[in-house]
Ligand binder design. Sequence first.
Ligand code: CP
Length: 291
Amino acid sequence: MEVAALCKKNHQSEVEPLAVLSGKTIANIFYENSTRTRSSFEMAARRLGASVLNLDTKVSSVAKGETITDTARQLVSMRVDAIVQRHSASGAAAHVATELGDKVQIINAGDGWHAHPTQALLDFFTMTEIRGSLSGARVAIVGDILHSRVARSNMWLLTKYGVDLNVAGPPTLVPAGLESFGVTVHNRLEPAIEGCDFIMVLRLQMERQKQGLIPSVGEYKKLFRLDHARLQLAAPGVRILHPGPVNRGIEITDALVDDESKSLIDAQVANGVAVRMAVLYLLLTGKESVQ
Ligand code: CP
């Protein structure tokens, strides 16, 4: 987090990009759509002086049957130093890392429903900017927990730092056994957000709702959409996070997304660059701090 704070200062200043990763090449391989993660990794790499190779997976040889490991292997032969990979299959980044991790840094930019580590890091960074230590902070993650890699990564991270963490969603969108993460599970929004310092709202993954996991979007909105009235239950200074993309009016009201006194959504996006600069710097220099 200290390195990310220094990276943020650099990124926000008018100074020239750093040259600490000069001569290094970062490859972005995104098999799933992305606005924030891919752009911020690219910006972070350039800000540190690295070159960026964006593989266009729609016209790559994956479409001809090449495996994702072989695809990554080609880029390793071209001497890329890190691969930032997003894939719809849980475990995809770990799989490629098992095969090629001795030759290249593999960074997971989201794998299926499993994990989105740099998103959790930027969420953590954004909350600590507001509150300092998160030990004892009350945080709720609400919505489509089942399909959310962001929820899982945040559960792993926040519980390690002493956060009192609630998760809430309709029973069909909350997997069984989450208590083993050290979180409290709710199937109603109101008790989950009571007294919370931060509420992280998740996107209702519309593309996955055809399986009939919720009766209707209208009912979901009635029971789980966060608005200013429900926010009265939270702590007075409560702040709202959302990893994006936002379904305005479905999981959160338009007015709340745009309420700068409550919403940290723009800050999360800005911090994504700083946190990813820190990740690239630490991984590719092997240092443990800025020297
Ligand atoms: N938060 C997030 O992963 O956004 P993108 O899908 O736009 O990268």
